[in-house]
Ligand binder design. Sequence first.
Ligand SMILES: Nc1ncnc2c1ncn2[C@@H]1O[C@H](COP(=O)(O)OP(=O)(O)OP(=O)(O)O)[C@@H](O)[C@H]1O
Ligand SMILES: [Mg+2]
Length: 363
Amino acid sequence: MADTAEKVLEIKGLDISFRSSTETIHAIRGIDLVLRKGETVALVGESGSGKSVTMKAAMGILPENAEINSGSIIYYEKTPEGEQRETDLISADKEWIRKNIRGKRIAMVFQDPMTSLNPTMTIGDQLSLSIKTHEPGLKKAMIKERAIGLLKEVGITEAERRMKQYPHEFSGGMRQRMVIAIALSCNPEILICDEPTTALDVTIQDRILELIVSLQQKRSLSVIYITHDLGVVAKVADHVNVMYAGKIIETGTVFDIFYDPRHPYTWGLLSAIPDPDSGDELYSIPGTPPYLSKEPEGDAFAPRNPYAMEIDYKAEPPMFKVSDTHYAATWLLDERAPKVSRPEAIERRIEKMKKEAADYVNI
Ligand SMILES: Nc1ncnc2c1ncn2[C@@H]1O[C@H](COP(=O)(O)OP(=O)(O)OP(=O)(O)O)[C@@H](O)[C@H]1O
Ligand SMILES: [Mg+2]
C-alpha cells in the first residue's frame, strides 16, 4: 500500500500511566503510529507490551485508573461538505465519541468472541439490534435482509437457519465470524482487531485471517491488527510496529521487518515463529519484560539483549533511520557501534521466507 494514501488515524506521542494507591505503572511510553486509508497496520509484541492499552485509548475505553499523560490520537475525516476535519479523540467529549466514533466509524473485534456476544440472544436478534442501532429508521424486512447479507459476507452459510441459533451453538471460528459481522454492521472505516484468532486452532485461524484480508480489500477498510505472533502479521499487514515495554522499537513495511529486521527483539520474535520444516526448538526470548512501576534505566530491552553494550544500560536509544519507511530503536544502529550481523538462524529464516514469497508469486 502506497504511503501516499490519506491518513485516517494518527497517534502522536501517546503516554499513559496506571495509578493505584501503591504504585504508578508507566505502561505506554510515547507511541507514534499512522494508519492510512485501505491499509493494515500491525502492532506486535509480547504480552504486556501495551498493544491493547494503546488501542483502548483510541476507542475511549481505557479503565478508570488509566491516566493519559500526554499525546494525541487524531481521527481524520471528510465532512459532508468535502472538508478535511481532524478530531483529537483524547480531548474530544466521551459521549460524542460513543455516539459518533466508537462502533460507528471505528469498530473493534476482540480475542474472545464470547465476551462480545450475548449468550441469551439469538444470532439474528443480536445482529438485527446492532443494525437497528445504527439505522433506527430501517424497516424490519430490510433489517433481516441486511443481517443475512452480513452473515453471508463473513462466510456463515445457511444464514437464514443460523439466525435462529444461539452463540453456544456456534463453533469458535463461527462465533468470531459473527463478531466480525456485528462490527461491520455499522459500515466502519477502521477495524481494530485485538488478537481475534488467538483462541482458535491454526487452520481456523488462517480462515479468519483470510476473511479479514478479503473484507479489508472489498470494503477498503483501514485495519489495525494486534497480535503477539509475527507469523500472523506476515499474512495480513502492510506496515508493522513492533512494541516492547510500552514503546514501538521497530517500525517498517512488512518487507522491512521480515527481510531486513534490525532490532534484536524483532530477531527474537522472528525466531519464535514455528517453522515446521526445521528441527529447531521453538525459540523464546530469554527473560521477561520489565515491570514498568519504575522507569527502566537505558534501553528497557538491555537485560534481555545478547548484544547489549555499555550504553544500553545508560541511555535510551533514539529511533535510528534505516530507510524512509524503516526505523529501529537500538544502539546497534549507531555509527559508533561495532558491526553485528544477524544470527545465522535468522538469515536462514529470511532466505526461506523470500523463497516462499517468490514461489507464491510464481504460482
Ligand atoms: N487495568 C489496568 N490496571 C493497571 N495496569 C494495567 C491495566 N491494564 C493494563 N495495565 C498495564 O499495561 C500494560 C500493557 O497492557 P496491555 O493490555 O496493553 O498489554 P498487551 O500488549 O495487550 O498484552 P496481551 O498480549 O497480554 O494482551 C500491562 O503490562 C500492565 O502493566
Ligand atoms: Mg492485549
